[in-house]
Design a protein around this ligand. Structure first.
Ligand code: SAH
Length: 258
């Protein structure tokens, strides 16, 4: 797994996967914002083929299936995530539309020109924004779309403490204008860019996360690594509370030229 940029790189990956998969979402985002991003993508065929990369337990996958037609391949590196995704898909009766696949987004078993749409919420950072945009282009049909969310500076000047925190954890964070340029340089036409509202972090991601700490610690018998992990997550939440006006997630939507 390409974990170089992961905020949680030093911990037992199974434990972390188990923690996150018990949450509805594994990153900041919401149904409303997924639908908003979709509203910019107007020309999908009825039998569209869609890839959802780093799908986690499928929060956004279900929203995609409920709002566009076509078939979705939902990809995650961790079997534990796909196991929960499969359960959710079954509960919703979407088995004929969504197929879970265990694979790495850096080494995808896809063919050139296969997809009408590539989706990646809160996950492209695992291989890096620039690398992901460049590598995934070939899987899109001409005229196909890409939509990803990515950690982005919302101002051009930031306090040194938050700069340091992000540079230690994901040095590829940058401003939206910089990232849009990378999207253009990768060969896409820009379609839309918008900032996710704070509620996607505070209410939808961090609140359920914080509510889950106690039962998680119990589940792991208050082990040293579980306590360290929770401490690290609490630190992440505290940084967000203090510095949220300086960074956020931005949706970047592009189109491969015809
Ligand atoms: N899209 C989901 C999950 C985001 S968290 C949401 O927004 O809720 C990022 C996801 O990427 C995790 O589920 C993690 O297991 C997965 N992941 C990490 N590295 C990956 C890789 N190399 N290939 C595919 N998935 C990966």
């Amino acid at each position: 797994m390409e974990e170089r940029f992961d905020l949680i790189a030093d911990f037992d990956l199974n434990m972390i996967c188990n923690f996150f998969r018990q949450l509805d979402r594994q990153g900041p985002g919401s149904e409303d914002e997924t639908i908003k991003a979709l509203s910019f993508i107007k020309e999908l065929p009825i039998n569209a083929k869609i890839a959802d990369l780093g799908c986690g337990t499928g929060g956004q996958t279900i929203t995609l299936a409920n709002n566009i037609s076509g078939d979705i391949i939902a990809v995650d590196l961790f079997p534990g995530m796909i196991e929960y995704l499969d359960k959710r898909v079954k509960q919703q009766g979407l088995e004929d539309r969504i197929t879970g696949l265990i694979a790495s987004m850096g080494d995808l078993p896809f063919s050139d020109n296969e997809f009408d749409l590539i989706w990646a919420e809160g996950s492209i950072y695992h291989i890096g924004f620039e690398k992901g945009l460049n590598e995934w282009m070939k899987y899109l049909k001409p005229g196909g779309f890409i939509a990803v969310t990515e950690a982005t500076w919302l101002t051009s000047n930031r306090p040194i403490e938050i700069e340091r925190y992000w540079n230690e954890n994901y040095p590829e964070i940058n401003t939206a204008s910089f990232k849009l340029k990378q999207l253009e340089q990768a060969g896409y036409n820009p379609i839309a860019t918008f900032v996710l509202p704070e509620s996607c972090w505070s209410d939808i991601f961090y609140k359920p996360m914080a509510d889950h700490f106690d039962s998680f610690l119990k589940e792991y018998n208050y082990s040293e690594s579980a306590r360290q992990f929770v401490k690290r997550q609490k630190e992440e939440i505290a940084y967000y509370e203090l510095y949220k006006k300086y960074y956020g997630y931005v949706f970047y939507i592009g189109q491969k030229p015809e």
